[in-house]
Structures are given as C-alpha cells and as structure tokens.
Design a protein. Structure first.
Length: 370
C-alpha cells in the first residue's frame, strides 16, 4: 500500500469484518490504548460495526488527558510570571487547570506561544536572551526523544534562560496497573504504533507473558484497527497471549535505539501521577540529575503545588475504560469542547471529544424526565 486512501478501502474493511464474524465465537473485550485510535474507531463508526459481542474499551492513551492537574496548575503559575515566555503544543492551551487554562492566561496578557517542536522553544530562548523560555514537555514515549534533544541542544548552546516543565508518562506501567485491577475487563490490547516505533515492543512481552493477554501493535487507519482487532480475536480464540505486530510498515521489535539512547541520557524513570487515575510507580520520566538545571518546576519554585479535580468530572473512569463519556451526567451539557470540565473533552485525542465530534448522544437513565 502506498497511499492513505488504501488504508480506508471500504471493500477491504467489509472483508475484514466478515472474517471477524467467522472467527469470533464468543464475546471479547479489547482495549485500544491510544487516543488517536479511539478517534478513528469512533469517527468511522468501527466500534459499532464490529460483530456482536466484541466490545472496544477506550484506554488512557491520550497524553493531554493524563497530564496531571498539578502540572497544568504549575504551568499556569509559571506562565503568569512577567519574565516568562511559556511555550507549548496547541492542544494543551485549552486543557483546564483548577482555575483557568493557558489560552485564558494569554488573553489576559501572558506571553504564551504555540510551537510545533520543542526546538522552536530553544530558538526563541536563543533569540530572546532576556526572557525565561519554558517548554511544556508532556506525552508518552513518542515525544520524549524530541524533548530530550531540545535539552541537549540548549546545553550545547549554553542557554541559561531555557527550561522544561516535564510530565512524560510511559505506557507499559499503565497497562500493568489496569490488568492488576481486580475489576479489569480487558482481555486484549491494541498497542499504539507510534509509541512502539520509538520503544519497540519488547517492553510488552513480559506483560503478555505474565497476564497471558494478547497485545497487538496497531496503526491508526481504519484497516489497521480492523486487522488489529482480527489478530487480537484470533489469539483469544486460540487461547494465546502474545505480542504481534500489525504495524509492520513502521515498527520494528527493537524500536529506534538511537532515540532510546537519547531519552536515557536526559531522563530517568520516576513515579508519576496520571490525571484522573492517580499515582503509578515507575510510570513517568523526569530530568536526570545531570540536567536538573533545566527543570522549570524547580527553577520557578512550584514543585509543592497541589490541586483538586472538578467534582463532576469522571475522567478517571473514562481513561481506565470503566465508563464511557455518555455515562457522564455533564457530557454534552455542562461539559463541551467550549466549556470542558476535564481534559478528555478538549484534547484532540480525548475520548469525550471523540464522542462529541461524532454526535453520540447521552442516553438518559430509565425514568428520567423527557
């Protein structure tokens, strides 16, 4: 296949669905980890076309959604300082903190800028030496190499006015935490292909072996996901629990070793709190002691800040797959993309945003007034 449209071919999609109907003999529950995969499933209606009994559970793989509320509040506290130029990818600007968001701060005069790469922030720091330039470094293993390179480049340039507010999270510990929950319903995983393009799939092999759970590395187009579901169901029907790679055009078993080495040079593994989920051991990255001078939280004295979630938001239950957006009483009314109560409604990879964009309505409980 050479062109994007080929991964959206309707005849091939029907063929994969027919094969699924022939292979599946019982109900199965499969979690797609990545928020980008969730958006494809919901936007294309794939989750509603699957054979009866095969249920997709939406996972916590939205980097914006799982960024801790404390990190957002630290970002606001730093961005509000007059000497700071705060830089971020655009999808973080409308994520609500406890009291405000970065976009509102910018409207009130804060120097908040959207960048398309962390190296853009480094260039701003180099061009404006009198400004303290901070980059909000969030995301999974996918974005960690570029953020590490930005720190290395700033060190090479001798920039004393550049720092990063780090909130990286790691996928395998989150999957392990889900499986360890006694209420977990997940029987197989679709793993995010872009994460595995960096890290490979070897970190998933102990998980598959320990929990005897199929893990299929999958792409993001409709045919990728349908084939990934077919591969997962095939394993479940056979009683296997292995790691398989559907995304062979982009992912190797060992991943990108150069990127891994760069990340290992700048960051080290740490405990991390996931928004809506809570603390997970060894589930994140922080700057190593050698690069602690670039830690914005320490530089601006916001390490001890504590926050509280909006009481109506059920983001934690949505991110773990325990609930769907349409289960939330605020969905589509008090919580919309214009007035989000939580990150899953505003993020480009958030499950609530995917349901809202697809026009999926909340089903009122029995006995509710019309």
């Amino acid at each position: 296949m050479r062109y994007l449209d080929e991964y959206r071919d309707s005849e091939l999609a029907r063929s994969l669905l027919d094969r699924l109907r022939r292979v599946a003999t019982r109900p199965w529950r499969i979690m797609e980890v990545c928020g980008g995969q969730t958006h494809t499933l919901v936007r294309q209606g794939i989750d509603e076309l699957l054979p009866a009994g095969i249920r997709m559970i939406h996972g916590p793989g939205c980097p914006v959604c799982v960024t801790p509320l404390e990190t957002l509040d630290r970002a606001m506290a730093i961005a509000a300082r007059p000497e700071v130029t705060f830089t971020s990818f655009g999808d973080m600007l409308r994520v609500p903190g406890t009291h405000t968001d970065l976009l509102s701060l910018r409207a009130r005069g804060a120097d908040v800028r959207v960048v398309y790469s962390p190296t853009d922030a480094v260039r701003i720091a180099e061009a404006e030496p009198r400004r303290q330039v901070v980059f909000l470094a969030v995301g999974f293993e996918t974005t960690a190499p570029a953020n590490a390179m930005a720190v290395l480049h700033a060190r090479q340039l001798g920039l004393a006015n550049f720092s990063v507010l780090v909130s990286h999270v790691l996928v395998p510990p989150a999957m392990t935490a889900l499986l360890a929950d006694p209420d977990c319903e997940v029987q197989a995983f679709l793993a995010a292909g872009h994460v595995c393009a960096v890290m490979g799939w070897t970190p998933y092999e102990p998980i598959a072996a320990r929990w005897h759970v199929p893990i299929v590395v999958t792409g993001f187009e409709p045919l990728d996901l349908l084939e990934g579901v077919l591969m997962a169901v095939g394993q479940l029907e056979d009683g296997r629990g292995e790691v398989e790679n559907q995304y062979a055009r982009a992912v190797r078993r060992t991943g990108n070793t150069g990127a891994q080495q760069t990340v290992g040079r700048v960051f080290r593994i740490t405990d991390r709190t996931w928004r809506g989920i809570g603390p997970l051991p060894d589930s994140g990255l922080q700057l190593s002691p050698e690069y602690a001078e670039f830690d914005a939280a320490r530089r601006f004295g916001v390490t001890d800040l504590r926050s509280a979630e909006h009481p109506e938001c059920i983001a934690g239950a949505i991110l773990t797959g325990a609930r769907k957006p349409t289960d939330c009483a605020a969905y589509g009314t008090r919580c919309t993309p214009r007035t989000p109560l939580g990150a899953p409604m505003v993020s480009a990879e958030g499950t609530c945003a995917a349901y809202f964009a697809a026009g999926r309505a909340r089903i009122a409980p029995a006995g509710s007034p019309p």
